[in-house]
Design a protein around this ligand. Structure first.
Ligand code: HEM
Ligand SMILES: [Cu+2]
Length: 560
């Protein structure tokens, strides 16, 4: 028997076409369709990407020359706090949840998420949280009584967050916004897990499921165990601030280190919450553009699950300089190093997939090559930092900032951009412009390397992070100037992406249902997919259902 994904025309009357604008807006605001919710997540995250990126550019302008007075120290503190918080909670998480929301049901042959209303609720809570954070600029009243954004860092270390050091409400805005975003994340994670476990189409055993849903499954599991402790810590912090509790107040017998534990038990797995979807995109895109099946699927799944578990036991590598003692430090050095084993397996499998393939260098694949290369370098500086004595020297220096931006931008954002170009035709029915895409890629690549390669060096030369300016004559001037130029390149690249997305929507070439000659189920339905996804629920017999359909002479079923 062959697979039967359905390619029939859609009944247009079910779509929004030709309806009055007010009805369309009403439909979006009240929608429970996973695709629309996914798109709303992505749009709101893109808005915050632009805001967070703007904050980064402001910081880099301030740091481009020594003794600069472009912004005040207070404003600089707010900038890095808002930038970090925005990028992690209101750009990274929502954009990846948005992609998952859109893609997971389509890829497993389901009509929607398991709990569509919970899905809408989670989205609106997270979106509200983002705007609440920025409302602090009006309602925050920090140290200087005027409206003030949070300025305690995205990690909000005690005792900076105590009433003494953080009077007014700016810290409360941080706590509440992140708390609410956590509620939304946990809701969505629950939804994704249930959808994947219960709603796969006929024939899709777990062992036949595409790798993207697999990685979203592990990611969602991590969200439960990582975000919950953060939520608990935020409640404790609020008790400290308003009810006279002293959880984090060392002078009253509490412990500032306790906050660090709570925060990093969340904070480290969070990195994997962000990077696992990036792996997921690579897993779908690299094989299609190498025209080969994914090398080592079972090893890929095993490595992802292993990464999920190990990432839960490494958090204290963020605390090597906090004085945990030699036994604690040794354990966390070891645990951190162990992660490189499953990560190495993944990199090996991607390379093996590309190896000997018929590689097509379209824009999505270009971003994947950038992703692979940069992720490898990030891994190497990561291993350096995992060695406690090295970390002792470079902790809280710009070397660390360079390292984690290599992961966050070099790996995650690159993979995400590749995913945008890859799935945009499915979402809109139009192709993105390749020439603009290449401009975006090269500007962003050059900008990325100017910024983050050169950031390592002042770090090694002793430039601390979170300083608003520095003196002349330390050998940091030229380096910081180059870093600033790079940031502007990246900003221009990103604006080209946004322009390309808007322009292609109106002027792009028609995409058809399967422009990349791909093999997962989402490419079997029309672009954009109808609200019910599949007219008839599909049945699959292998990991590449569409390949089987297109190549009856050489179906995957013969090999599995
Ligand atoms: C695209 C260009 C970007 C530039 C030029 C940039 C620049 C910066 C700078 C200058 C800092 C302050 C470092 C310090 O003083 O310690 C910083 C901090 C940070 N950035 Fe970025 N960033 C960029 C993108 C991102 C992205 C995409 C993410 C996350 C997905 C991110 C997450 C963070 C975090 C978590 C911090 C720490 C904030 C803190 O110390 O409180 N950044 N970034
Ligand atoms: Cu970590």
């Amino acid at each position: 028997m062959t697979t039967t994904p359905v390619l029939e025309a859609v009944d247009e009357t079910l779509e929004t076409q030709g309806k009055p604008p007010l009805n369309v807006i009403y439909e979006w605001l009240t929608t429970v369709d996973h695709k629309k919710i996914g798109l709303m997540y992505i749009c709101y995250a893109l808005l915050f990407l632009v805001i967070g990126g703007f904050e980064a550019v402001l910081m880099r302008i301030q740091l481009a020359i020594p003794n600069n007075h472009f912004v005040s120290p207070q404003v600089f503190n707010q900038l890095f706090t808002m930038h970090g918080t925005t990028m992690v909670f209101f750009m990274g998480m929502p954009i990846l949840f948005g992609m998952g929301n859109y893609l997971v049901p389509l890829m497993i042959g389901a009509r929607d998420m398991a709990f569509p209303r919970l899905n809408a609720f989670s989205f609106w809570v997270s979106a509200f949280a983002g705007f609440l954070l920025y409302f602090s600029y009006i309602g925050g009243s920090g140290l200087y009584a005027a409206g003030s954004a949070p300025d305690v860092g995205w990690f909000a270390y005690a005792p900076l967050t105590s009433k003494v050091f953080s009077p007014g409400h700016s810290t409360d805005y941080w706590t509440l916004a992140v708390f609410l975003s956590g509620i939304g994340s946990i809701g969505t994670a629950l939804n994704i897990v249930t959808t994947i476990l219960c709603m796969r189409c006929k024939g899709m055993k777990m062992s036949r499921m595409p790798l993207l849903p697999w990685l979203y499954l592990v990611m969602s599991g991590l969200v439960f165990v990582a975000v919950s402790p953060l939520t608990a810590a935020q409640i404790m912090l609020t008790f400290d601030r308003y009810l006279g509790a002293h959880f984090f107040d060392t002078q009253a017998g509490g412990s500032a280190i306790l906050w660090m534990h709570f925060f990093w038990i969340f904070g480290h797995p969070e990195v994997y919450v962000l990077v696992l979807p990036a792996f997921a995109f690579a897993n779908e895109i690299i094989p299609v553009f190498s025209r080969k099946a994914m090398f080592g699927y079972p090893a890929m799944v095993a490595a992802s699950v292993a990464i999920g578990f190990i990432s839960l036991s490494v958090w204290a590598h963020h605390m090597f300089t906090a004085g945990l003692g030699p036994a604690g430090n040794t354990f966390f050095v070891f645990a951190t190093m162990v992660i490189s084993v499953p990560t190495g397996i993944k990199i090996f499998n991607w390379l093996a997939t590309i190896w000997g393939g018929k590689i097509i260098f379209a824009v999505p694949m270009m971003f994947m090559v950038g992703f692979l290369f940069q992720f490898l370098i990030a891994g190497l500086t990561g291993i350096m930092l995992a060695a406690a004595p090295f970390n002792w020297q470079l902790s809280a220096s710009y070397f660390v900032v360079a390292h984690f931006h290599y992961v966050l931008v070099g790996a995650i954002v690159f993979s995400l951009f590749g995913a945008f170009y890859y799935w945009y035709p499915k979402v809109t029915g139009k192709m993105m412009d390749e020439t603009l895409g290449k401009w975006h890629f090269w500007l962003f690549l050059i900008g990325f390397h100017l910024t983050f390669d050169f950031m390592h060096i002042p770090g090694i030369l002793g430039m601390p992070r979170r300083i608003y300016t520095y003196e002349d004559g330390r050998g940091w001037n030229t380096l910081n100037f180059i870093v600033g130029i790079g940031a502007i390149f990246q900003a221009v690249g990103t604006l080209i992406l946004v322009y390309n997305m808007i322009r292609s929507y109106y002027k792009g070439k028609e995409a058809g249902h399967d422009p990349w000659d791909a093999w997962t189920l989402e490419w079997s339905v029309p672009s954009p997919p109808p609200s019910y996804n599949f007219a008839i629920e599909p049945t699959v017999n292998s990991r590449r259902p569409l390949w089987d359909l297109k190549h009856p002479e050489d179906p995957d079923t013969d090999y599995e």
